[in-house]
Design a protein around this ligand. Structure first.
Ligand SMILES: [Zn+2]
Length: 132
């Protein structure tokens, strides 16, 4: 049932990928936070006025919302990356958390912090979209 841990060489390789990805993510988060700080200084700094003028300040608000969304996404990614590092140490990295099979390498290349195989991931998404 449970797959054997990946070889140390592979784990090392993936941990290097994760490190790169983490550095990149931290950089993006820093960039966005910088922009938001600057934006808040230049603008009124009052968030409620943004909501009020949402209709006529379409572009600005869109940009801001996109940034907030992006920031949330990157922060979530950072959390997932940290969990992936934990799995590297525990040598469970690359093994699906739900079904215990190996996560295909191409998937790990694209999403190095993936904790489940594609099948389990899509099952989970189906479940959570039904739940909402
Ligand atoms: Zn699975």
């Amino acid at each position: 049932m449970a797959a054997k841990p990946l070889s140390d060489d592979k784990l090392k390789h993936y941990s290097e990928n994760l490190t790169k990805e983490k550095e990149e993510t931290i950089r993006i988060i820093g960039d966005i936070s910088d922009r938001q700080r600057r934006g808040a200084k230049n603008g009124s700094g009052d968030l409620s006025s943004f909501a009020l003028h949402q209709a006529d300040q379409g572009t600005d608000t869109d940009t801001m919302e996109r940034e907030v969304y992006l920031l949330e996404q990157e922060q979530r990614k950072l959390k997932l990356l940290n969990l992936a590092f934990k799995r590297i140490y525990e040598k469970t990295y690359g093994i699906c958390e739900m079904c215990g099979c190996y996560i295909p390498e191409p998937r790990l290349k694209i999403i190095p912090y993936a904790a489940t195989c594609i099948e389990c991931k899509s099952n989970e998404e189906k479940k959570s979209s039904r739940g909402r």
